[in-house]
Design a protein around this ligand. Structure first.
Ligand SMILES: [Zn+2]
Length: 295
């Protein structure tokens, strides 16, 4: 299906936050599935680049995910894609994942799960690159960073919550899919599979959808695994647990599938995007055939 006529026109992009994310098909409720891609942004504002190590910042990008999520949006499903780089704000962290080295007044986060990420330098405002180099010669003032969190994080998650509320009126079981990309290997150089699906170890995705993912992947030539070492971040957890929970699934795509020495290979990226789109189509069919929609 083509993109909806208003996409990606300005009317379908949040005016106030046009610099931090784009949305596709925001008003389409025909599918129970919505897509999020929080880590692929590459818009580094020029006025920010004085005291930062841009090369270090770029190591935090989930490269390829903007292209994959945009390809999935061609099916007409709502998709929100961060354009603000992860190095500037990590939308897959809770607002209180504040690093005391950047925020001297920071308290420990409510959910202690995030403590080790913060200590490692990867709170909501990252302090280190993927290879643990400092991002800043001198970090911005805490108030500047807090304003960034208030504007960008609030706006991204407001869209997701609005979409979920809207979809819940039309579909019994909406599903949020959060798209990420991962390195080829773990830090100890053990290879990672082509895809890792995360549902917080069986908490956020019903078994019949998990079975559908496995059935679909068995028909492909790709390798895949569940939850190790990526079980799902804040988005998977926040929207997939608690009393307003919907089904959530995190997909980590191995960058080795499309990254070459000269960057992302368009053809390779296309074949990955085709696979993920077909997987999501099959989940959509499964959701529609197994649950009574409220349309
Ligand atoms: Zn990511």
């Amino acid at each position: 299906m083509p993109l909806s006529p208003s996409t990606p026109a300005a009317s379908d992009t949040h005016d106030a936050d046009a610099a931090s994310f784009i949305t596709f098909n925001a008003r389409n409720v025909s599918s129970p599935i919505i897509i999020s891609a929080p880590h692929g942004g590459t818009d580094y504002p020029k006025n920010l680049l004085g005291g930062v190590d841009l090369a270090a910042m770029r190591t935090l990008e989930d490269s390829g995910t903007t292209e994959i999520a945009t390809a999935i949006a061609k099916s007409g499903r709502p998709a929100i894609i961060a354009t603000c780089p992860r190095a500037l704000i990590d939308l897959n962290r809770p607002k209180d994942a504040l690093d005391p080295r950047l925020f001297p007044d920071a308290q420990a986060p409510e959910n202690r799960r995030w403590q080790r990420h913060i200590q490692a330098g990867y709170g909501i405002i990252p302090r280190l690159s993927a290879d643990r180099r400092p991002l800043y010669l001198e970090p911005p003032a805490p108030d500047t960073l807090k304003t960034r969190i208030d504007i960008v994080h609030t706006a991204y998650h407001q869209v997701l919550r609005q979409w979920i509320t809207g979809l819940s009126k039309h579909h019994r079981n909406p599903l949020l899919i959060d798209i990420h990309s991962m390195p080829q290997a773990r830090q100890d150089q053990t290879a990672l599979p082509d895809f890792i699906f995360g549902d917080l170890h069986g908490i956020t995705l019903p078994q019949y959808l998990k079975d559908q993912v496995d059935r679909f992947m068995q028909q492909t030539t790709f390798s895949w695994g569940w939850n190790h070492p990526f079980a799902g971040g804040y988005i998977t957890q926040h929207y997939g647990t608690g009393n307003r929970a919907i089904a959530t699934l995190q997909i980590e795509v191995n960058r080795g599938l499309f990254l070459t020495r000269s960057g992302a290979d368009a053809k390779m990226l296309e074949s990955v995007s085709d696979c993920v789109t077909a997987l999501i189509d099959s989940l959509d069919d499964r959701l529609k055939s197994s649950t009574r929609t409220l349309l």
